[in-house]
Design a protein around this ligand. Structure first.
Ligand code: PLP
Length: 378
């Protein structure tokens, strides 16, 4: 396991600096006044990543905690919630909204394409009585990225608040929360920021706070109740003891991210070269459009069993890629190229391992995947 390269779409590889930061001496985060300023400073760095002046909360728990907290804190029984879905995560929002008592309207779009904003515009012109809408920026299981700016413009036009799961895009794809008008955006530590799993973070607009604070009924939950996070700095009080070592790690990762002036360029250039290398070698990309710069999903070739391929790749070549989930479990496999994974040499090693593993299993490729990648990237 020691030298295993983890090229999955989260968790991603963690850098030496970030691992070192995790081992720093801790303090008592509830009592040490310096910790409040430190936390505030980390949240300011996150605000820079997504370009917002809104409040930014960092919570102890994986990305799902963020999704659930947004639903728990916004929804009262019978509230009308619109769920835009073109994949597993998008669709899963409906289950959370339902769990907290919403009257859910789910609009499904094809899962191998980005959500069509023209189609959405038509639907919204006929039906727009919703408290908020949810959608996923990057559908990680299929590698499809949705046009968040266009979707939010339409939602804003109809005064519908937006809750956006950008767990697998924040840090890898440019996002502008304030100019796109996103009310709640949420991310996780283990994707493009390349921090171990354990933290979720979200920005909350004034409009979203107003809704959360003007509820008639109590939030059904404590850990998921965002009300406890209002004015934490003024009150010098966190709802629970903060995962200090994880936040040290996040801080180090953000410093690295902020110092990298070409982070988006690196993601888009590598993603494009990777897609070309894979398709020119005869593999088939799952989606028809809306390719994400952070993850690529491929169809598992007819004669290949993905479990066997992955086992072969990890055992013989020390590189791990991912299958997919839900209904895509047996027919899609994925390479994560976000954050620390998104460097030429790691992609080269991955593509070489994939190429050789496919050949070892008897699959005929049209070209050497890693060679096409090098030609493309130069
Ligand atoms: C990773 C991810 C999450 C968090 O979910 P886990 O499956 O628990 O990692 C949520 N949304 C998206 C889009 C993700 O990629």
């Amino acid at each position: 396991m020691n030298n295993l390269l983890i090229m999955t779409p989260g968790p991603t590889e963690v850098s030496e600096e970030v691992r070192r930061a995790m081992s720093k001496k801790i303090t008592n985060p509830d009592l040490d006044p310096e910790f409040f300023d430190f936390y505030l400073n980390v949240s300011k760095k996150l605000k820079k990543v997504v370009k917002t002046k809104n409040d930014m909360i960092i919570m102890s728990g994986e990305g799902i905690l963020g999704l659930e907290s947004a639903c728990a804190s916004l929804i009262e029984n019978g509230d009308k919630v619109l769920v835009l879905a073109n994949g597993i995560f998008g669709s899963g929002f409906a289950d959370f909204a339902d769990l907290y008592g919403a009257e859910v309207t789910k609009w499904e779009f094809p899962d191998d394409k980005a959500i069509d904003s023209k189609e959405l515009e038509k639907k919204l012109s006929q039906n727009n009585d919703f408290k908020f809408a949810t959608f996923v920026h990057c559908e990680t299981p299929t590698g499809v990225i949705n046009p968040a700016e266009e979707i939010c413009a339409l939602l804003n036009k109809h005064n519908i608040l937006s809750v956006v799961d950008a767990v697998s895009s924040i840090g890898g794809v440019e996002i502008d929360v304030d100019s796109w008008g996103i009310d709640i955006i949420l991310g996780g530590s283990q994707k493009c920021l390349s921090v171990p799993p354990g933290l979720t973070f979200m920005s909350v607009s004034t409009k979203a706070w107003d809704l959360i604070n003007s509820r008639e009924t109590a939030v059904k939950g404590y850990y998921t109740n965002l009300q406890h996070w209002q004015n934490w700095y003024q009150k010098k009080n966190f709802p629970y003891t903060q995962a200090i070592s994880d936040i040290y790690a996040l801080d180090a990762a953000l410093d690295k991210w902020l110092a990298d002036k070409k982070v988006y360029y690196r993601h888009s250039r590598i993603a494009e070269a990777l897609r070309k290398a894979l398709s020119r070698s005869g593999l088939e990309i799952y989606a028809d459009n809306g390719y994400s710069d952070t993850v690529t999903a491929l169809k598992v070739p007819e004669m290949i069993d993905f479990q066997e391929l992955n086992q072969h790749m990890t055992e013989k070549y020390n590189v791990m890629i991912a299958g997919s989930v839900g209904k895509f479990k047996n027919n899609i496999f994925r390479i994560g190229h976000m954050g620390e994974n998104c460097y030429e040499e790691k992609i080269y090693r991955t593509l070489k391992a994939l190429d050789q593993s496919l050949r070892d299993l008897g699959y005929q490729l049209k070209d050497k995947i890693y060679k096409v990648f090098v030609d493309q990237i130069e």
